[in-house]
Write a protein that binds this ligand. Sequence first.
Ligand SMILES: [Zn+2]
Length: 89
Amino acid sequence: MTGVFFRFLFYIILAYVIYLFVRLLLFPRRLSRRDRPRPRLSGMMVKDEVCNTYLPKDEAILDRIDGKDHYFCSEACRRKFLDERKAGD
Ligand SMILES: [Zn+2]
C-alpha cells in the first residue's frame, strides 16, 4: 500500500510543479512590473542657465524674457537670472 501512497504523493507534487510553471507562463508580467517605471509623457530636458542644471521640461519654470524662453529649476534661480540681467543693464 505504501507504493500507492508514494505514487499519489508524486502526482500531487507533479501537479503543483505544473501549476507553478503554467502560472509563470500565463503571468510573466507580474514579475517584471517593478522593473518598468512609467515613462514621462515628454522626456525633453531643458537647461537652467543660472545653475547649469538640466531638468525635465515638465518640472522647469518657464519665463519668456525678451521673446526668448528661459527655463529655471526654481523660483530662486529665476529671480537670480532677472537680478543679474538688471545689474548688467
Ligand atoms: Zn537652478
